[in-house]
Structure formats: structure tokens, C-alpha cells
Design a protein around this ligand. Structure first.
Ligand SMILES: Cc1cc2nc3c(=O)[nH]c(=O)nc-3n(C[C@H](O)[C@H](O)[C@H](O)COP(=O)(O)OP(=O)(O)OC[C@H]3O[C@@H](n4cnc5c(N)ncnc54)[C@H](O)[C@@H]3O)c2cc1C
Ligand code: SF4
Length: 342
């Protein structure tokens, strides 16, 4: 589809407005900055009859960050996050991730909520309608098979590429969501259910690249919050094809605390590699160790086990996995060194 289909736009002024508008139009979609959704509408990937603009809901515009905690409302823009002195000083991974997303104009429009709920991506999916039609579409839209893994038995491996999620995950963030049944708060990690599993049935907590968010019907993100762990320093880095404007081939957030020559805490999270942002499991085994050769080998083994190697983006899967490993090692080394002088 090259022209936009017909749709109407409702401007919400409150959380209740959003709940009501969603109930009135079941196929509606929230729109915040529109920097991802409008592209997908133009490509005929989705065609909602109603867009609910949430960018002016006052409660969603909260931004706070200090030495104790961070709170980002869903409609706060990425430019606001990147420029906030409290975020820069106390939650560096979040400021650095926000500042690395797309280009300046996207960051002025793009929001925290839109980034956390960003659609998953795939080389066979993020294409024009005629391109996808020429290959009979794929599982994530209306097709019968996955072109990445034709024997995947109904599973989609599309990749989550939002930069903010890993940066928040390493700070132990929680997300508040709202919907027809009220509000609930849960660990941000549980918002992401894209496990690309092939052996267990889909559920509210287990999905894939097509069903990648743990939101119940008509739920939406209100805010994300994290407390600050004293002594924890963090950072974010990513590799992309074009350094100016591009989704990550792989992005990595690291947060660590040193106790003399050893790790007291180490947390690493990736994006751009799996159908969900991956908070690396097993990094606690490095506590009490310095960042020596054996620690580097252990880290590499963890990445190898947990980072997916599928060709869903423009680079081969194994390349992405290697890039993720190099990025992680580089970022940990940089912060470990800095941790000594802090
Ligand atoms: C050229 C280009 C480069 C890009 N590069 C990057 C990049 O490097 N890294 C990156 O992370 N992204 C990138 N993006 C994607 C996008 O710009 C950002 O992810 C942005 O943060 C999306 O936010 P938005 O407010 O514009 O989302 P929208 O487009 O408004 O919405 C995105 C999705 O989130 C849903 N949504 C919005 N708000 C909420 C909410 N509160 N609760 C539940 N669902 C909600 C929408 O319904 C939609 O499905 C790029 C986009 C383009 C066009
Ligand atoms: S990984 Fe998902 S989006 Fe990509 S071809 Fe397979 S089903 Fe389609």
C-alpha cells in the first residue's frame, strides 16, 4: 500500500479517555509519535480504523529522575529523556539509549511508550505490501509459513529492536499498564514474551515474534519506573549499519558495581537479537571475579547460549550474535575501568 488508508483520529486527554476509546473501537491502535506505526500503516501491515492519539495525556508526560529513582511516562519523548540531567547523571544507559534512537526528528516525536511497544522486525515483514504479496506474505501477517524458518510450525522469529528496554532492564525497571480492568504494575522483563519457543503452547506469558507483548486485550503502557541501586553505573552501546539513522544490529546495556578489583554486581541486556529484549541470565556467576580472561570467556558463553542467531534482519544471524558478544565485552570493560575511579 503506497497511500494511507482511511482512518479517524481521537485525541485522548486522560487515561479514562484512552480506555473508553479502545472499548468503542476494538481494532483501534494507540499512536504516540507515530514514527513506527505510520510506516507500518503505509506498508499495509496494519490498517486500524481509529488511531487514539495519547501524546497529550498529562499523566503520560511525567518525567523524573534523581539519585533515588526514575519515572518516565509513556508519552515522554526520546529527546526529553536523552536531554534530562537526572537521567544522564543517574541512569546513563537510559539517556544514552534514548539519544541513539533513529535520528533527531524521530527523537523529537518518538516516545517511551512507542519504543517499549515497538513492533518486532524482520527482513520479510518490513517491506511494502506488493513485496510481501510477491512471496505470499508470512505468518506475522496473513501468510501460512515463516520464510526465515519454513519448518517453524507456526512460530515467528521477528526481532525486537527497541533501544530503551534493555537500558531500563539493567536498572530493574517496572512497568505500569492500564486497561479495561484497571491498572497493574509488574517487572518490565515480563512485558516481553517473545521466546521463539517451538515446543510449548502460546500463553499470556509465552509468545513469539508475532505475539511479543505481555499486554492483555486493550491494555496500554502508562509509565516505567526504576529505583537506583547505589554505586551502580551503566551505559549503552549499539552497532548499526548506518551510524546516523538506523535500528540496532545489536544493542547492549550494561550496569555494574565494583568492589575493589572484582564485580559486586553485573547486569547485561541486549536488543536487536531475539523476539524480546534479553536480560542475560547467569551474570551473577561473575560476581567476586575481576574482568579477566576467564570472565570474558564465561560472558561469551552466556551470550552464545541466549542470543538468537536467525536471519531476520539485513545481516546474517551469526554475525549479529558475534557483534552482540563483542559489544558486551567492550561495554563491560569500559564500565569496569570507570568503576575503579568512581
Ligand atoms: C528510519 C527509522 C529509524 C529508526 N531507528 C530506531 C532505532 O535506532 N531504535 C529504536 O528503538 N527505534 C527506531 N525507530 C523506531 C521508532 O522511531 C522508535 O522506536 C520510537 O520510539 C517509536 O515511538 P513512537 O512514539 O513514534 O511510536 P508509535 O509509532 O506511535 O507507536 C509504535 C507502537 O507502539 C504502540 N504504542 C504507542 N504508545 C503506546 C502505549 N503507551 N502503550 C501501548 N502501546 C503503545 C503503537 O500502537 C504502535 O504499535 C526508527 C524508525 C525509523 C522510521
Ligand atoms: S520471522 Fe516472523 S516476520 Fe519473519 S518471515 Fe518468519 S513469520 Fe515472517
Amino acid at each position: 500500500m503506497d497511500v494511507l488508508p482511511n482512518f479517524s483520529v481521537t485525541h485522548a486527554a486522560s487515561i479514562d479517555d484512552i480506555v473508553r476509546a479502545r472499548a468503542a473501537a476494538p481494532d483501534s491502535r494507540l499512536i504516540a509519535g507515530g514514527t513506527d506505526l505510520m510506516v507500518n500503516i503505509r506498508r499495509g501491515i496494519v490498517a486500524p480504523s481509529v488511531l487514539i492519539d495519547v501524546s497529550q495525556v498529562a499523566e503520560l508526560r511525567t518525567i523524573r529522575a534523581d539519585a533515588d529513582a526514575i519515572e518516565l511516562g509513556a508519552a515522554v519523548t526520546l529527546a526529553e529523556v536523552a536531554a534530562h540531567p537526572g537521567v544522564q547523571q543517574h541512569f546513563a544507559s537510559v539517556a544514552e539509549a534514548a539519544g541513539s534512537i533513529a535520528g533527531p526528528t524521530h527523537r523529537n516525536m518518538g516516545t517511551v511508550g512507542g519504543n517499549l511497544c515497538l513492533d518486532t522486525r524482520c527482513i520479510f515483514y518490513n517491506q511494502s505490501e506488493w513485496w510481501r504479496g510477491a512471496i505470499n506474505h508470512c505468518l506475522k501477517t496473513t501468510g501460512a509459513i515463516c520464510h526465515v524458518a519454513p519448518k517453524s510450525r507456526g512460530v515467528c522469529f521477528a526481532t525486537f529492536s527497541g533501544d530503551l528496554a534493555p537500558a531500563l532492564l539493567v536498572h530493574g525497571a517496572e512497568v505500569e499498564v492500564g486497561g479495561p480492568a484497571g491498572r497493574r504494575i509488574f517487572p518490565l522483563e515480563r512485558l516481553y514474551i517473545g521466546h521463539a519457543r517451538q515446543d510449548r503452547p502460546f500463553s499470556e506469558t509465552l509468545g513469539d515474534g508475532k505475539s511479543y507483548l505481555g499486554l492483555r486485550p486493550r491494555e496500554f503502557v502508562i509509565a516505567v519506573r526504576a529505583g537506583r541501586t547505589p554505586g551502580l553505573i551503566s551505559g549503552y552501546d549499539k552497532i548499526r549499519i548506518r551510524r546516523s539513522i538506523e535500528y540496532p544490529v545489536a544493542g547492549v546495556a550494561v550496569a555494574l558495581r565494583r568492589d575493589g578489583p572484582a564485580f559486586a554486581d553485573l547486569r547485561i541486556a541486549f536488543t536487536g537479537t531475539n523476539p524480546r529484549p534479553v536480560l542475560l541470565a547467569g551474570t551473577e556467576t561473575l560476581r567476586g571475579r575481576s574482568f579477566d580472561e576467564e570472565s570474558r570467556d564465561r560472558l561469551e558463553a552466556l551470550v552464545r547460549d541466549q542470543v538468537m542467531s536467525m536471519k531476520t534482519t539485513f545481516t546474517p544471524g551469526h554475525y549479529r550474535r558475534r557483534v552482540a558478544s563483542v559489544l558486551a565485552r567492550r561495554s563491560v570493560a569500559r564500565l569496569f575501568e570507570r568503576g575503579e575511579s568512581d
